[in-house]
Design a protein around this ligand. Structure first.
Ligand SMILES: C[S@@+](CC[C@H](N)C(=O)[O-])C[C@H]1O[C@@H](n2cnc3c(N)ncnc32)[C@H](O)[C@@H]1O
Length: 219
């Protein structure tokens, strides 16, 4: 396998991979492919299962250092969290999720992946997890709620380091089913700008995810 590495993300043609953590060799998280190459093990990152993979394949250009601290809102059972955990092998992924069933899976994942900190919580109330979460280098949010921009803004105000980037996955239909997706994305972007954030990029997730866009901001 020929790979070109960019900040922990490996590309081969139109496929991307992360390198499996040493503590997880041979272990899959969601039935992804494991590929061995020169004594290293890589996990294929499925853009149909992870909006972050879709955004990267569609041109997302963002730096995630191996020692970064990430606040992840809407962690679900850890599909995307697990790839971020591979990338930030010397950092941490503070993973907030409101479903107790999903958090049970996150806890199991964190037993092998020590850089995942599972948090059962409601991202509408950032102060409630402040005893666990420090100031972070990046916030990633994937929560399909009408007030997704408001949740993102309040968490950025509480946790994001100054002059840092963050990523919001916007689901157009959660904003307003009657609106064309682009209008919904623009509404969200206006709300973010009105709160003082700068929009750095907006990436449609087609063909991997319909009516979704990644919005990249800096504070
Ligand atoms: C689209 S799924 C996330 C998928 C996940 N990001 C991935 O790529 O593997 C959205 C998740 O957000 C969670 N969620 C919804 N509202 C939330 C809230 N207010 N606080 C925290 N999590 C929430 C849901 O339970 C669901 O698991």
């Amino acid at each position: 396998m020929k790979t070109a590495e960019k900040q922990g993300i490996f590309k081969e043609k139109n496929r991307i991979f992360t390198e499996n953590l040493d503590s997880c060799k041979g272990l899959k998280v969601y039935n992804e492919k494991l590929v061995k190459h020169k004594g290293r093990e890589f996990r294929s990152w499925n853009p149909y299962r992870s909006k972050l993979a879709a955004a990267i394949l569609n041109g997302l250009n963002i730096e995630i250092k191996s020692n970064s601290k990430i606040l992840y809102l809407g962690a679900a059972t850890g599909t995307t969290v697990s790839h971020i955990s591979d990338i930030v092998k010397d950092g941490s992924v503070y993973s907030v999720e409101s479903s107790p069933v999903a958090v049970k899976k996150l806890i199991e994942l964190s037993e092998k992946r020590k850089n995942i900190i599972p948090i059962l919580g409601d991202a509408n109330h950032p102060d409630r997890y402040s005893f666990l979460v420090p100031v972070v280098d990046l916030i990633y949010q994937d929560i399909s709620q009408r007030n997704q921009a408001g949740i993102f803004i309040s968490n950025i105000a509480r946790y994001l380091k100054r002059s840092s980037n963050s990523i919001l996955m916007v689901k157009a239909r959660s904003i307003d089913v009657a609106l064309k997706p682009n209008k919904a994305y623009n509404l969200v972007c206006s709300e973010l700008e009105n709160s003082g954030l700068k929009i750095k990029d907006k990436i449609d997730l087609k063909p991997y995810e319909k009516d979704h866009a990644a919005v990249i901001i800096s504070n």
